[in-house]
Design a protein around this ligand. Structure first.
Ligand code: GLU
Length: 294
């Protein structure tokens, strides 16, 4: 059981399609199922028209999610959406409180960056939370976020493509933000809860998310998930300048490719080629994606 989990903060572009090619392809090759999950946890950035466009583009590409599992928690006449899951996240947080130390935090990203700069740690890869509110005993409420204390620990796992990995979440991100100061549940929290509750046992996503895996495994363990999912991080498609492909790279948007007369199999084949699954571009229909992994 794997999943395709787009955020409706923009239209689908070739980067998403690369992820879809790996996800549906591996699922087909293994006789697995693909759940569709709309990751709209960040209430400020998501828009319903993006969700509609994503569903329409997937349909056009012939990428069909598993019809039953997409509503695996309860029957709903719409895709599995994180914004419908507030009660589940609230219950899960209650469960977590009994197992780990949770604390309120009022720090903004700007304050965290300033504190890191003061401590000479500003060049750290990520914005590592320096523990400012850890022992302040702040009350939870509007304007405060919620963090889980993360102690120093090495998390080991084997990526199905990249091999053995060792990560130290306490040094990478520090105490994990579960809910932000605006009241939105965070990506790390939602993804870990959803993957667990939907029975996802293989997570397929781009290499940019590799650093998130250790902390998601750690959180899953604290939640009591007995068997963690397997992980496969695939290559990313690079933008023309070599950087990460973004929604601003209009020429790679599925909408634009459709408007330019490209066929679904051309778009899928292009994404497969650009992530190393084909030696040169050729059309690949959605139903043939499994053959790329034979
Ligand atoms: N929603 C994330 C994205 O659009 C994917 C998260 C994941 O696969 O864990 O990049």
């Amino acid at each position: 059981v794997t999943r395709f989990a787009p955020s409706p903060t923009g239209y689908l572009h070739l980067g998403h399609i690369a992820n879809a090619v790996w996800t549906w392809g591996l699922a087909q090759a293994a006789g697995g199922r693909v759940l569709l999950r709309i990751e709209d946890h960040d209430r400020g950035r998501c828009r319903p028209e993006f969700e509609r466009a994503i569903l329409d583009d997937l349909d056009w590409l012939g990428l069909t999610p598993d019809p039953e599992s997409r509503l695996s928690l309860e029957a709903r006449p719409s895709p599995y959406r994180q914004s419908d899951n507030g009660a589940l996240y609230g219950d899960t947080l209650r469960l977590l409180r009994a197992r780990v130390q949770i604390f309120a935090c009022r720090c903004s990203r700007k304050e965290i960056a300033a504190r890191l700069a003061e401590d000479g740690l500003a060049d750290w890869d990520e914005l590592r939370y320096p523990g400012s509110c850890r022992s302040l005993g702040l009350t939870e409420g509007p304007g405060s976020g919620i963090r889980m204390m993360v102690e120093e620990e090495t998390v080991e796992f084997t990526d199905l493509r990249l091999g053995a990995q060792r990560q130290r979440p306490a040094l990478q991100c520090g105490d994990l933000l579960l809910r932000d100061t605006t009241g939105s549940w965070t990506y790390q929290f939602c993804v870990t809860v959803d993957d667990w509750r939907s029975g996802v046992n293989l997570v397929i996503r781009g290499e940019d998310l590799l650093p998130s895996t250790g902390r998601q495994l750690l959180l899953g363990r604290r939640l009591g998930r007995a068997t963690p999912p397997a992980f496969l991080h695939h290559p990313l498609i690079r933008a023309p300048g070599g950087g990460k492909l973004s929604k601003r790279d209009g020429a790679t948007g599925v909408r634009e490719l459709r408007a330019a007369g490209r066929r679904p199999e051309d778009v899928l084949g292009q994404a497969a080629y650009l992530t190393g699954l084909l030696p040169e571009p050729r059309p690949v229909a959605a139903a043939e994606l499994g053959s790329l992994f034979g």
